[in-house]
Design a protein around this ligand. Structure first.
Ligand code: ACO
Length: 382
């Protein structure tokens, strides 16, 4: 095997086919089951997009009503999960809280617990598990933020759609439609993105015929890193560090001299701009106007102008999402768990696709450790 055969980071490797989404870096486009994501974000509630990603088609009115009827009872935290969360340190990182919550939900779902041979279960059961995870994760994230702030849990409201209910459970106030719309768009944009690191992790785990919860737990671990989903949190730390549009240039001089990665910029697949950014930037602009915070837009524009101008590296989705979530009132450490609550749709769609046409994912490695050697005193058995 030569150096050329090794695709470090799996750069450019096509690992499998998928019918769930198509990322086209040439045209800066992203299609969910054939639909441009911008069109979905502008017209659909996030649960209709979840139906599309899981089942291949947007739901009819009846199908959406039926999906909601099945999901609504699972929007509240099961008591055992509430208890498990309450036992965690209040200053645990919320990504650890969410990861553990999914693990607890897996242990509570005892169908298939008798043997590893039953871990995968039927397609119907996995569709139900996916819907339940999508329904309950907002309660985990919302309660996490309230618990950290010493506030009481807020129960879900059946009369609110998913984005509005998520905001209600977090803040306990009737959310403004401008905020609901921006939040709904962000959840749709975050819902799916082909073979990114966390989705691929989920597929690797599913390919061993492990269960859906285990695959989601692994995906959450992969998403936490700042080179992937953790970047939306990291972007906010950058905004806080810079503070003001006037100091962007000096801050960037220093950051680049220190060879720092500028969070929220760059992408493994998109090299000329992330297809999701214009839609999320428009949502951020609406929030900036709503909260009357032109300073946020000025800092956003100044850093983009300076960094992209100097390096030719464009913002990714996490760049507008970070300040948007901050304006909505979410704690910075909650941003990546918001990403989890949305991406769980894509992960579960991919896990089910993997089960449906499985091949164990097991690449090779080139060895460059010591040549064969022997333990002193070892004598081979006759
Ligand atoms: N800041 C500074 N330099 C950068 C950045 C950045 N954000 N992104 C890329 N570069 C530089 C690299 O240092 C490298 O320079 P070099 O050739 O001189 O060594 C060059 O651009 C090529 O970048 P790679 O890191 O090789 O590109 P790769 O495809 O491996 O990385 C990644 C993509 C990890 C996303 C990278 O751009 C990055 O670290 N960005 C910051 C973290 C981030 O925002 N992640 C979110 C990803 S999107 C998402 O998960 C929703």
């Amino acid at each position: 095997m030569t150096e050329q055969d090794i695709r470090k980071g799996l750069v450019g490797v096509v690992a499998d086919v998928t019918a769930i989404s198509k990322v086209n870096p040439e045209t800066n486009s992203l299609l969910y089951r054939g639909y441009p994501v911008q069109e979905l974000a502008a017209t659909q509630p996030v649960d209709a997009v979840a139906h599309l990603l899981w089942h291949g088609e947007l739901p009819t009115g009846d199908q959406l009503a039926e999906q909601r009827r099945r999901a609504r009872p699972h929007r509240a935290l099961p008591p055992e999960l509430r208890e498990a969360i309450d036992r965690m340190p209040v200053d645990a990182h919320p990504m650890d809280e969410v990861r553990t919550a999914v693990s607890v939900l897996g242990a509570l779902d005892t169908a298939g617990a008798a043997s590893v041979l039953e871990a995968v279960g039927t397609p119907e059961r996995n569709r139900e598990r996916s819907l339940r995870l999508f329904a309950v994760l907002p309660a985990v994230v919302a309660y996490g933020q309230r618990r950290r702030r010493g506030l009481e849990i807020i129960e879900p409201r059946d009369d609110l759609d998913d984005a509005a209910n998520f905001l209600w459970m977090t803040f306990g106030e009737e959310p403004d439609p401008v905020v609901v719309d921006a939040f709904n768009r962000s959840l749709i944009l975050y819902a799916e993105h082909s073979f990114n690191a966390s989705t691929f992790t989920a597929r690797v785990i599913a390919s061993t015929l492990s269960d859906l919860y285990s695959a989601v737990v692994g995906a959450i671990g992969a998403l936490k890193g700042p080179l992937h989903g953790g970047a939306n949190e990291a972007v906010m730390h950058v905004f806080d560090e810079i503070g003001d549009a006037a100091t962007v240039e000096a801050w960037l001089d220093r950051a680049l001299a220190e060879k720092r990665k500028i969070m929220g910029f760059g992408h493994r697949v998109y090299k000329r701009g992330d297809s999701r950014v214009p839609t999320m930037k428009a949502a951020l602009d609406a929030l900036v106007a709503h909260y009357d915070r032109p300073d946020v837009a000025e800092l956003y524009d100044a850093l983009e102008r300076e960094f992209t101008g100097r390096k030719g590296i464009y913002p990714n989705l996490d760049y507008p999402s970070g300040p948007a979530y901050n304006l909505m009132g979410f704690d910075t450490v909650t941003f990546t768990p918001l990403f989890v609550a949305a991406r769980v749709v894509g992960w579960t769609a991919h896990i089910m696709e993997q089960y449906a046409a499985n091949a164990l994912i097991r690449p090779l490695s080139a060895y460059d450790g010591p040549a064969e050697r022997h333990v002193d005193g070892y004598v081979a058995d006759e």
